[in-house]
Design a protein around this ligand. Structure first.
Ligand code: HEC
Length: 127
């Protein structure tokens, strides 16, 4: 079942099937702790470093490098609006390590450890 949905995702995605990716990570939100990931201590910096160069409401035309219109992660609202997709394209968890984003090319890429944190943060509702 899972293999089948990965195949469907590959066919649908323009960027194709580069690696062991494209599915919901099934990350779980850990119990509250002092190291809880938040927008302020994690999400904002992650998006600024790796995503908003293309995915931002303030970026238009060619500068978006074809990032879809409305797919903007320069605000928490924009991130929440695409939460499951961000998980399936860029986060890592028990089920998948998704490396479709950032796209192939000379773009800064998060480590798998950072992708795992992204999965956790999203699983907690991107607070
Ligand atoms: C160099 C520009 C660029 C960067 C940087 C980039 N993306 Fe993308 N993104 C794209 C393009 C182009 C597409 C459309 C690709 C396709 O349809 O195959 C896309 C599509 C997506 C989609 C699917 C559409 C949607 O909004 O649901 C998601 C989710 C996404 N990107 C998340 C991210 C995340 C998270 C990061 C940072 C880790 C990121 N992207 C970094 C260019 C970029």
């Amino acid at each position: 079942m899972r293999a089948w949905s990965a195949v469907v995702a590959c066919v649908v995605s323009i960027s194709g099937c580069g690696g062991p990716s494209d599915g919901p990570t099934q990350s779980v939100c850990p119990p509250p702790s002092d190291s809880l990931l938040t927008y302020d201590n994690f999400g904002k910096a992650f998006m600024r470093k790796y995503c908003v160069q293309c995915h931002a409401a303030t970026v238009s035309g060619q500068a978006r490098n074809m990032a879809p219109a409305g797919s903007d992660f320069d605000t928490l609202e924009g991130i929440k609006a695409r939460l499951p997709n961000i998980d399936a394209w860029a986060a890592a968890g028990p089920a998948f390590t998704n490396r479709l984003m950032p796209p192939k090319g000379e773009y800064a890429k998060p480590t798998d450890e950072e992708r795992q944190k992204l999965g956790e943060w999203l699983a907690c509702g991107a607070r």
